[in-house]
Design a protein around this ligand. Structure first.
Ligand SMILES: [Zn+2]
Length: 108
């Protein structure tokens, strides 16, 4: 299977696709920690993975992402340096912000 499973939306732990024994090919998906599962049977691993990875967009997360991107854009302007000066750890903080944005978008 080529689809990477997103972490559990409840506890953040790893999820897996289960082969449900019975007649024919039947698959389900569940969390390995809290055992959250989708109460539907799928006829392929890919379909079970797509169902597990489906998420309702979180409006608060979207707002926070937008704010972080705007803050990062501002931090790259000369206005930022005039106001805040240039600290030696700025690049580290900016790189962390880029990584956080990329991760948040990947998980959405
Ligand atoms: Zn879980």
């Amino acid at each position: 299977m080529s689809i990477k499973l997103k972490p559990c939306p409840c506890c953040g732990h790893e999820a897996l696709i289960r082969n449900l024994h019975g007649e024919g090919e039947k698959f389900g998906s569940c969390c390995t920690n809290c055992f959250l599962e989708i109460d539907t049977v799928y006829h392929s691993e890919e379909a079970a993975a797509r169902a597990w990875n489906r998420r309702v967009p979180d409006p608060v997360k979207a707002e926070l992402l937008e704010a972080l991107e705007k803050l990062l854009a501002w931090a790259n302007t000369s206005q930022y340096e005039k106001t805040c000066g240039k600290a030696e750890h700025d690049d580290v903080v900016k790189n962390r912000a880029h990584v956080a944005i990329a991760r948040a978008k990947e998980e959405s």
